[in-house]
Design a protein around this ligand. Structure first.
Ligand code: F0G
Length: 462
């Protein structure tokens, strides 16, 4: 049954016109892009669901902040405003701005991971996985089993499998595990949240073996909303207090601020304990790679918008509308019998492409096949979160098989309306009708060695 749409807690003041190409034009464009949507021009996409990262609409307060941003090289007012907001919300002693999430990873991860070591996560996102590999270490995913069954509705499917975490630590030896990373929400598992209990238990295991715990915090506010919604113990706790408790269990965080803080560019590193000796090295790496400590690769105006967005992202009415968009789109797919990672997660709907194309094997990339069909059908751009994104085994060079083949419809914040969501649902319903007639997927004709999905070239298998 279709659920009611939660109305927008804002109205629209500025618009960005869109154009719609014909199906013939789109077929030509996607072939020219060698079936890689990252090579499409944005103006050729009608609804752009490639990512919810940096594609958000800022508020009038944030745009005013852009005008008052302080562009001083050192000690800018906007920097101190960001520090205050970061310390207040996360209750951490040290906050370091950086230009985006992977910059935080580049600065922090080499301080904990050396060649031959391992990092364990409930699930690494692609850039975090890449940075672990760049350190010469190996990433190990450790998500709960129910996450691997998209049809199974269970709360907190983003959780760490705590028993498995402990057995991996014993198997490889605690001295060889440089870092444990808790990704909230768990992006690759479908934007699925992590429970407070799981956070607590994971922290206890890390403490037992003296392994530092890092939060990959891109979607911390959406995660907090799920805790409030689904854990009765937190039903009367404010979003901010939930966030403070989550972060109290970790030692540090790396954050892409391009998501839940509703800006177009930004990132942060947080260190809980003021006496943590790693702070000095974070500062050093930041100066080398990002820029001076008080701007970290961002313009003063970006710091200002970020400081304001940190608070806007906590607003409960906004979060209810935000998650409500996912719930609405998911309910339309339920009505049409289209499978997705359920219950729906925080920043998008992850369609189970393997269920739609059961006859297409993982090494012909069923989720990428659906990505191409959605573009051809309705000019919708989205991405594969499956074997195509996962890539090859770094040791054997063989194609890895992902635990799931998701086509991710990532929804930018405060950007698309209910009517846009209906176009997306209608396109999927149309594709479902002819899915059986698409006999084969795609093969890769060229790929780079790391993060291949951004640049690879493909062709349809005849
Ligand atoms: N961690 C998570 C969980 C992410 O989702 C991302 C980015 C990053 C780290 C890296 O941050 O892009 O600011 O450098 N995710 C985007 C996405 C790109 O589409 O999901 P970044």
């Amino acid at each position: 049954m279709a659920i009611k749409y939660v109305p927008e807690p804002f109205r629209i003041k500025v618009v960005e016109p869109l154009r719609v190409l014909t199906r013939e034009e789109r077929e030509k464009k996607i072939a020219e892009a060698r079936y890689n949507v990252f090579s499409l021009h944005a103006e050729d996409c009608y609804i752009d669901l490639l990512t919810d990262s940096g594609t958000n609409a800022m508020s009038q307060n944030q745009w005013s902040g852009i005008m008052s941003g302080d562009e001083s090289y050192a000690g800018a007012t906007s920097y101190f405003k960001l520090l205050e907001a970061g310390k207040d919300i996360f209750n951490y002693s040290y906050i370091q701005p950086v230009h985006q999430g992977r910059a935080a990873e580049k600065v922090l991860l080499p301080l904990f991971l050396k060649k031959g070591q391992y990092a364990i996560s409930n699930m690494f996102f692609d850039t975090t996985r890449a940075h672990v590999l760049l350190c010469g270490a190996r990433p190990l995913d450790c998500v709960v089993e129910e996450a691997k069954n998209p049809a199974k509705r269970a709360p907190f499917k983003g959780n760490m499998d705590v028993a498995k975490l402990e057995s991996l630590i014993k198997q490889y030896g605690p001295e060889n595990i440089g870092l444990v990373v808790m990704t909230i929400t768990n992006n690759s598992a479908g934007g699925q949240p992590v429970s407070m209990k799981n956070m607590r238990e994971t922290a206890a295991v890390c403490k037992k073996y003296s392994i530092p715990l890092d939060i990959d915090a891109a979607r911390y506010a959406e995660n907090a909303y799920f805790i409030k919604r689904d854990d009765p113990e937190y039903k009367n706790t404010s979003i901010k207090d939930i966030i403070r408790e989550i972060f109290s269990y970790a030692d540090m965080f790396t954050m892409s601020a391009k998501k839940d803080t509703i800006v177009n560019m930004g990132g942060m590193i947080g260190i809980k304990d003021a006496n943590n000796p790693v702070i000095i090295n974070v500062k050093g790496n930041c100066i080398n790679y990002e820029g001076f400590i008080s701007y970290g690769g961002l313009a003063g105006r970006d710091l200002e918008a970020l400081a304001i967005g940190l608070y806007e992202g906590l607003d409960e009415y906004y979060l209810r509308y935000r998650i409500g968009q996912m719930e609405y789109l998911a309910s339309r797919l339920d009505d049409a019998g289209i499978a997705y990672q359920s219950p729906v997660g925080g920043h998008g709907v992850f369609v189970d492409a393997q269920a739609l194309f059961p006859h297409i094997p993982y090494n012909e990339f069923p989720a990428q096949t659906l990505v191409v069909e959605l573009y051809k059908e309705a000019g919708i751009r989205c991405c594969d979160i499956g074997s195509y994104m996962l890539g090859n085994d770094p040791d054997t060079g063989k194609q890895l098989k992902a635990d799931f083949e998701f086509t991710r419809l990532a929804i930018p914040r405060r950007v698309y309306t209910q009517a846009h969501l209906d176009v997306i649902a209608d396109a999927l319903i149309e594709i479902k009708k002819y899915a059986g007639s698409i006999k084969h997927g795609y093969r890769i004709t060229w790929e780079p060695p790391i993060l291949r999905h951004f640049q690879a070239q493909l062709e349809p298998i005849k």
